[in-house]
Design a protein around this ligand. Structure first.
Ligand code: GLN
Length: 197
C-alpha cells in the first residue's frame, strides 16, 4: 500500500484499460469501479468513453446512479470523456428515450454531433491552463451546445464548438485524452484531488 491517491475508473463498458494506463503515469493507484463499494474506496473518478446508453443502463442495473450522484455532488473530482461527458450532463439531445444520465454537469450535450462523414478526427486544441496544444482524438464525439453559469469552457473547436468544460469538481471532454501519450488532462484531474482536500 502507498499513500498515493486512489483514482477509480468506472469499469462497466468502454475504454477502461486506456484510462488506467494513463492514470498510472500520474503516480496514482488505479481502482476499477463496478460497484458502490468500490466507488466508496476512491478519491477521484474517470468515466470513460464508450457507449453512453450502455454505461447508463449498466450503472442503473448495478445501483450505481445515486451513489455516483452523491459522491460527485459532495466534491469528488471527476473526469468524463466522450460517452462519460454525455453520462454526466443534465440535458441530452439525440439521446435514446430511455437513456439515463447523472445530471452532475449543467450542460446541454448533443450525442454524435459530427455526423457520419466525420465520425472520427484528430485536432490540436488550445486548452485553458495548458501551455502548449493538446492533440485531441474525437470518435463519434458529442458536443456541448449550451452551458450553465457555473460551467467554465476550457476548450473549443473552431472558436465556438465547446469540447471541454469544468464545473467545480467535474471536468469533461468530448475527446479522448487517454488515446495519446499526453497525460496532462489526467494530471488536471489528479491535481484537483489535492486542492479538494
Ligand atoms: N457516440 C458515443 C455515445 O453516444 C460516444 C462515443 C465515444 O465515447 N467515443 O455514447
Amino acid at each position: 500500500m502507498t499513500n498515493a491517491p486512489r483514482v477509480g475508473v468506472l469499469a462497466l463498458q468502454g475504454d477502461v484499460a486506456e484510462h488506467a494506463r494513463m492514470l498510472r503515469t500520474c503516480d496514482v493507484e488505479v481502482q476499477p469501479v463496478k460497484t458502490a463499494d468500490q466507488l466508496a474506496l476512491v478519491d477521484a473518478l474517470v468515466i470513460p468513453g464508450g457507449e453512453s446508453t450502455t454505461i447508463g443502463m449498466l450503472a442503473d442495473r448495478e445501483g450505481l446512479l445515486n451513489p455516483l450522484r452523491e459522491r460527485i455532488a459532495s466534491g469528488m473530482p471527476t473526469l468524463g470523456t466522450c460517452a462519460g461527458l454525455i453520462f454526466l450532463a443534465n440535458e441530452l439531445i439525440d439521446s435514446r428515450p430511455d437513456q439515463v444520465s447523472i445530471g452532475a454537469l449543467d450542460a446541454v450535450v448533443r450525442r454524435n454531433a459530427f455526423g457520419r462523414q466525420v465520425d472520427s478526427f484528430e485536432q490540436d486544441l488550445e486548452i485553458q491552463g495548458l501551455a502548449t496544444p493538446f492533440h485531441a482524438v474525437f470518435i463519434r464525439a458529442p458536443l456541448v451546445e449550451k452551458v450553465g453559469q457555473s460551467v467554465e469552457v476550457l476548450a473549443t473547436l473552431a472558436s465556438d464548438k465547446i469540447v471541454m468544460v469544468r464545473q467545480a469538481n467535474v471536468l469533461a471532454t468530448a475527446f479522448h485524452p487517454e488515446l495519446t501519450g499526453d497525460n496532462r488532462v489526467h494530471q488536471m484531474l489528479c491535481e484537483s484531488i489535492f486542492t479538494e482536500k
